[in-house]
Ligand binder design. Structure first.
Ligand code: B4P
Length: 191
């Protein structure tokens, strides 16, 4: 199985590159951001709880997202592999994911990290905010909070996967096709 963690700060292009990777490698896409936005759109209790945090640019509690991923893994037992997009975002989530995959006799193959500077991230998200309708893309203060959450809680995951010799860094600035080609090059080293 090919199990990829697609990693990077908010606006790094995880969603954008996931679409291309799914088409190329026929992987199941698990985006916690998309799942949470689906819960909000459906007006569930979980969605209502998550919305306040997401709109402020804060992370949703670990137990909530770990539970969501656990049920998605159960629902997709026959998948050839997964792209985890925006998950894990904390060390606790990464440890939980390792355990969930071990129960299925599989593991993370590699973490692919998209590297993009803060100025470019802010520019991309503010631009998307003009069309996305997403509250968390609307102003610079919330975007700064998302980047701060990333630096404090998510960036440490690079060390977590480096310690397992699974960390691979890719420049996330350039055209979508250039970046995709670099990601494919990294995947070719393990496939
Ligand atoms: P996510 O939905 O994961 O969103 P993201 O960080 O905004 O997105 P991404 O990196 O995928 O950017 P995209 O490709 O769209 O998270 C949203 C919120 O959900 C979090 O803040 C948190 O509250 C909550 N959440 C989600 N997962 C969680 C978890 N595990 N634990 C706790 N909370 C969680 O690209 C952004 C923009 O850049 C797009 O407009 C795109 O067109 C553009 N772009 C992409 N590639 C480009 C390129 N090469 N050049 C120029 N522009 C590019």
């Amino acid at each position: 199985m090919l199990n990829i963690v697609l990693f990077g700060p908010p606006g790094a292009g995880k969603g954008t590159q996931s679409e291309k990777l799914i088409a190329e490698y026929q992987l199941m896409h698990l985006s916690t951001g998309d799942i949470l936005r689906g819960e909000i759109a459906a007006g569930t209790a979980l969605g209502l709880e998550a919305k306040k945090l997401m709109d402020a640019g804060s992370l949703v509690p670990d137990e909530v997202v770990i539970g969501m991923i656990s049920s998605k893994l159960d629902q997709n037992k026959n998948a050839d592999g997964f792209i985890f997009d925006g998950f894990p975002r904390t060390v606790k989530q990464a440890e939980a994911l390792d355990k969930l995959l071990a129960q299925k006799n599989t593991s993370i193959t590699m973490m692919l990290a998209l590297e993009v500077n803060d100025e470019e991230l802010t520019k991309r998200l503010l631009f998307r905010g003009k069309f996305s309708g997403r509250a968390d893309d609307q102003n610079e203060e919330i975007i700064r909070n998302r980047i701060k959450e990333y630096n404090n809680k998510t960036a440490p995951l690079k060390s977590y996967y480096s310690a397992q010799s699974k960390f691979q860094s890719v420049n996330g600035v350039g055209t979508v096709d250039e970046i995709f080609s670099n990601l494919r090059g990294k995947i070719a080293t393990v496939k």
